[in-house]
Design a protein. Structure first.
Length: 196
């Protein structure tokens, strides 16, 4: 989506949008960052907290507590987005690394509460089911897209955020204990399983 937005929003010029040297561009951008970016305030201080909230609510809906959901939001926003997808076009940003997960956790908890309130109100907002449906989509887009896909394909997707010691992975446990970790140390990991 970002390559199709106007330069006035993304601050990406033609060179940033050039797909011919993605690998070297990503390496250069990651090596140069993070920096203080020049994005619009709307993007940095409205949209980034919203998308941090989207990551956060996805984890909350998967059954994780506030702290685990914050860690998921921080992981997704930092490694998947800032140092992943977005780093192909621009240098990672201090604002995005900090604001997306921290403010996203606050916004995400408010989104979760608002979603629960709308559901408790029969799916209506201001007496309108349409307004309720639209609101519920923006409060939990990942959940809605998940249901659309699984309904259409008859499959399922499962996200696990493991926080138990070593979560049954003996190779990881042996490696960690050989490195000096105690067996009862907390280990956090993310596992995504999609079935069709």
């Amino acid at each position: 989506l970002m390559p199709f937005l106007p330069e006035s929003i993304t601050k990406w010029d033609e060179e940033d949008r050039d797909m011919s040297k993605l690998g070297s561009k990503w390496k250069d951008n990651v090596s140069d960052g993070p920096v203080w970016d020049r994005d619009e305030h709307f993007l940095n201080y409205i949209m980034h907290p919203y998308f941090g909230g989207v990551y956060y609510t996805a984890a909350r809906h998967a059954g994780y507590n506030e702290f685990e959901s914050f860690l998921y939001s921080a992981t997704m926003s930092t490694f998947f987005w800032e140092y992943g997808v977005e780093a192909f076009a621009e240098v990672p940003s201090w604002q995005d690394i900090f604001i997306t997960p921290f403010f996203g956790a606050v916004v995400g908890e408010m989104m979760l509460t608002a979603e629960q309130d709308i559901v408790a109100n029969g799916g209506e907002v201001l007496g309108s089911e349409t307004a309720g449906d639209v609101s519920l989509f923006f409060l939990n887009p990942v959940g809605h897209i998940h249901h659309w896909v699984t309904d259409a394909w008859g499959g399922s997707a499962e996200l696990k955020f493991n926080s138990s010691p070593w979560f049954g992975n003996q190779d990881v446990a042996k490696f960690a204990m050989d490195a000096g970790a105690s067996y009862d140390s907390q280990f956090y990991g993310v596992e995504l399983k999609v079935t069709f």
